[in-house]
Ligand binder design. Structure first.
Ligand SMILES: [Mg+2]
Length: 182
């Protein structure tokens, strides 16, 4: 099978790095109520829009490159490869921060090895990438009905209300996606 996997919040712990930077800069303000992030875009919540401050942090040189892998993520990819699935990392890098693409490139090389660089697809239009499954924390995609893949949600507090999609974490994916273990 062709498995497409998102990077931010699925392989790389974007939220932890951002929260830690936020606490250093604004120790008296919560980025979002603890444990209950409800918005896919961090900083957009009922307590006021913090998007501008958030983008200042994430556009700092080195932000993407220093993200830690989420526990179990790298092992999951290795196990999928063991079962001979083709893995592609599909991520968007935006247009407002030109270094994001090269930092993601280096992140993949560091955590998955040089040979994985040929499996990195950088595009905001994930629906045009062909695959059997897309594992992504984003609640939905533009033109999703035209996509060849099934969207499997990477389970997060901010996508809990999305109905009728399978959802996984790196703790339970082998139970939820048994077809990947054949
Ligand atoms: Mg993501």
């Amino acid at each position: 099978m062709i498995i497409l996997i998102d990077i931010d919040e699925v392989l790389a712990d974007f939220e932890a790095a951002l929260t830690s930077e936020w606490q250093k800069l604004y120790p008296h303000t919560l980025l979002f109520p603890s444990g209950s992030r409800k918005h896919y875009y961090i900083g957009q919540d009922e307590e006021g829009n913090k998007s501008e401050l958030v983008s200042k942090i994430i556009h700092r040189e080195g932000f993407f490159e220093q993200l830690q892998p989420l526990p179990g993520a790298i092992d999951a990819i290795k196990l999928m490869q063991h079962y001979n699935h083709q893995i592609y990392l599909v991520t968007s890098a935006g247009v407002s921060y030109p270094n994001a693409a090269s930092e993601k490139y280096r992140w993949v090389e560091r955590h998955l090895g040089k040979e994985f660089l040929s499996c990195l697809v950088i595009t905001p239009a994930k629906s045009i990438v062909r695959g059997d499954i897309l594992i992504d924390d984003r609640p939905s995609f533009r033109d999703e009905r035209l996509a060849s893949w099934e969207h499997v949600l990477y389970d997060k507090s901010y996508n809990k209300t999305v109905p009728r999609k399978r959802r996984i974490t790196w703790e339970n994916w082998t139970d939820e996606l048994p077809e990947l273990l054949t």
